[in-house]
Design a binder for this molecule. Structure first.
Ligand code: SF4
Length: 643
């Protein structure tokens, strides 16, 4: 059955060493159907080239930027594009980061399903894609600019700001700073796994794209009909995704009041609650409007100007939610305008909200306890809440100057240098800052720990999975059944990471969403027999490949214990006081998880039967990692297992 739509049928291959570009066909249909797109196809392509010793900064380290079959179509929020490469911070994991905005849709509209980048340039370059016309151009004039300014200048230089999307790195990526991200369309970040380091090592400053075509679809009438049904389904859901602007920011106030916001490096929920109270007072006074991505009504980003506090007059644009938490109450800052301004500074530098904020929070805690002095901090007074010191420190970090050069190496290296490792809130040495994981319950933090992409969100954003027969409500802190739940949620998320639709527009809590996604792929591509069962199998296949890749790169079972105890301890104070934490249950939940996936209980390696079920028994890197697991896998569509 031929592909009749959804894909553009070709990838753009870029060799930066040779300064050459060429079009190559998309892999054969049977390969595409097994991996679909975005993270799935990217991981498959990566697995063919990766070696155990390859480093993310090596010229031969490949970089894959993929869309999915639904990216750029009529489907709501079909904006996803994904960067897959080696993880810039954890050697034994891959890096997967998702971007939104208009960049991915424009790449598809220009006629490309994705880009592969190999080699490294001797001088800064950017890639200019104008439909079929593709060129590598000198980027010397943009090197050193922040992410907002880089995009603005490139758009202006091409005299078409309204129709050009720019994905780029900032000074942090150029200087290979730990946690460096890629940002597109001004406000959207692709951050997890520090892809900015890979771009920076290749001296790839930006990829600018203008696309004037459309994504062909196999069944246009069906596509129109189901896209409208999808939109109405979201609208009718009990918790419809809300528009951002003031409403979006105020969601964080609710989180702060119930203890979900990180305060002072997870030591003080009260400071987060105070920040939340100020947020409720200040945000309604700010001039805000929502910002969205391609065909997105949710519009989870905001644009506006701060009109309260010391940052009055400061403009901002972006998904400030988690970022302002990381750069606000997590650093003891209770002034909302300051936290938003610092979030913008982080985005402009091209840094994600996990690594560098976690280092700063750790140093502030150590400083407040008298374990570090002004001499240690190059004269910076790192007491909690001192935002002026944070601004100065950020500048030194992206320039790798003084203490900034130490922090630029990452959380683990900085903790070791200063001897303050017990204050590092980390998973596998990487920073963790995405709401208090103890309050959000077992699924999220557990998958952050087990993820084959380093500490990154790898579960569906819900605590019930009606399409898999796992319906809430559930006690988030009760370990019973949580391992299997997380395994199934992980596989579902892996499927969702292939299609090209934003996760926020495909809530797994809505019954029938999985079927809608499968129908959309059918209508777009023309695979008439593509059903929800195949979708979940794709997700499970990717979950197994992620683990195979980690093992291939040297993952050991004991590495799963490499995380900050603080993340899994009971909540000591604040509104969520008494939440039990995952700590005592970790081993039993991990065993459930392995059983559910059919992985070896001792080594965590996928068992032969699990690999056979997902069609990876003969997969090249799978053959080297396979162990016969003691249990059969229990995945089966509809929620019934066979263990
Ligand atoms: S929900 Fe947010 S990230 Fe997702 S497509 Fe919409 S604006 Fe983009």
């Amino acid at each position: 059955m031929a592909i009749r739509g959804g894909y553009r049928g070709r990838l753009l291959e870029v060799d930066l060493t040779e300064r050459a570009v060429r079009a190559v066909p998309l892999p054969p249909e049977d390969v595409v159907r097994r991996w679909v797109g975005c993270a799935g196809l990217g991981l498959h392509l990566l697995s063919r080239e990766v070696t155990p010793s390859m480093q993310p900064t090596d010229p031969e380290c490949p970089l894959f930027i993929l869309t999915g079959p639904l990216t750029g179509t009529l489907v709501p929020s079909s904006s996803n594009w994904t960067i897959v490469s080696l993880n810039g911070l954890v050697h034994y994991h891959v890096g997967i980061s998702h971007g939104h905005g208009y960049w991915g849709a424009r790449l598809k509209h220009a006629g490309w399903d994705g880009i592969t980048v190999r080699g490294a340039s001797s001088a800064p370059v950017y890639l200019w894609i104008d439909d079929d016309r593709v060129e590598l151009r000198d980027a010397g004039q943009y090197w050193g600019l922040d992410t907002f300014e880089t995009a603005r200048r490139i758009q202006e230089d091409h005299r078409d700001p309204a129709n050009i999307s720019v994905a780029c790195i900032g000074p942090a990526g150029e200087n290979l700073v730990a946690g460096a991200s890629v940002r597109s369309d001004g406000s959207f970040g692709a951050s997890k796994g520090a892809p900015g380091i890979v771009w920076g090592a290749k001296k790839l400053k930006a990829i600018a794209v203008r696309g004037t075509g459309e994504v062909p679809v196999a069944e246009p009438d069906q596509m129109v009909e189901l896209s409208e049904e999808w939109r109405q389904t979201l609208e009718a859901s009990p918790k419809p995704p809300s528009k951002s602007g003031a409403d979006g920011l105020l969601i964080m106030q609710g989180y702060a009041m119930n203890g979900r916001v990180m305060g002072k490096n997870l030591t003080d929920p009260e400071v987060a609650a105070e920040w939340g109270r100020h947020l409720a007072e200040d945000v309604p006074q700010w001039k805000l409007k929502p910002v969205g991505s391609w065909r997105c009504d949710i519009q989870c980003h905001s644009e506006g100007t701060i009109t309260t506090g010391p940052m009055t007059g400061c403009p901002f644009r972006g998904y400030v939610g988690t970022v302002m938490e990381a750069m606000g109450p997590n650093l003891g800052i209770t002034e909302p305008g300051v936290s938003v301004a610092l979030a913008r500074l982080l985005d402009a530098s091209g840094l994600d909200c996990s690594e560098v904020p976690a280092v700063i929070a750790m140093l502030m805690e150590a400083y407040s306890k008298g374990l570090l002095t002004l001499e240690d901090t190059d004269g910076l007074d790192l007491q909690w809440g001192n935002y002026e010191a944070v601004i100065e420190l950020l500048d030194r970090i992206v320039r790798r100057e003084g203490i900034g050069a130490t922090i630029a190496q990452g959380l683990r290296a900085t903790a070791q240098q200063f001897g303050v490792g017990d204050m590092a809130v980390h998973i596998k040495g990487m920073g963790y800052t995405e709401h208090d994981p103890r309050v959000r319950g077992i699924p999220l933090v557990f998958q952050y720990i087990l993820s084959g992409a380093g500490p990154a969100r790898q579960v569906a954003l819900t605590n019930s999975l009606p399409d898999l027969g796992l319906e809430g409500p559930t006690d988030l802190n009760d370990p019973a059944g949580k391992g299997e739940f997380v395994a199934r949620s992980h596989a579902l998320k892996m499927w969702q990471d292939t299609t090209g639709v934003c996760l926020l527009a495909a809530p797994a809590s809505i019954k029938g969403m999985l079927g809608l996604e499968a129908r959309a792929v059918r209508a777009a591509v023309g695979w008439e027999d593509f059903q929800a069962e195949e979708a979940t199998l794709v997700g499970e296949r990717i979950a197994n490949l992620l683990r195979l890749l980690s093992l291939f790169r040297g993952h050991k079972p004991e590495f799963e214990r490499d995380f900050s105890p603080r993340l899994v301890e009971p909540v000591p104070s604040g509104p969520a006081r008494g939440r039990v934490g995952i700590g005592p249950h970790f081993a039993s939940i991990r065993e459930q998880y392995y059983r559910a996936l059919g992985w070896d209980l001792r080594t965590g390696a996928p068992g032969l039967e699990a690999l056979q079920r997902v069609g990876l028994a003969d997969y090249p890197i799978g053959r080297q990692q396979t162990h016969r697991a003691p249990t059969k896998g229990t995945f089966s569509h509809g929620g019934r297992g066979d263990s």
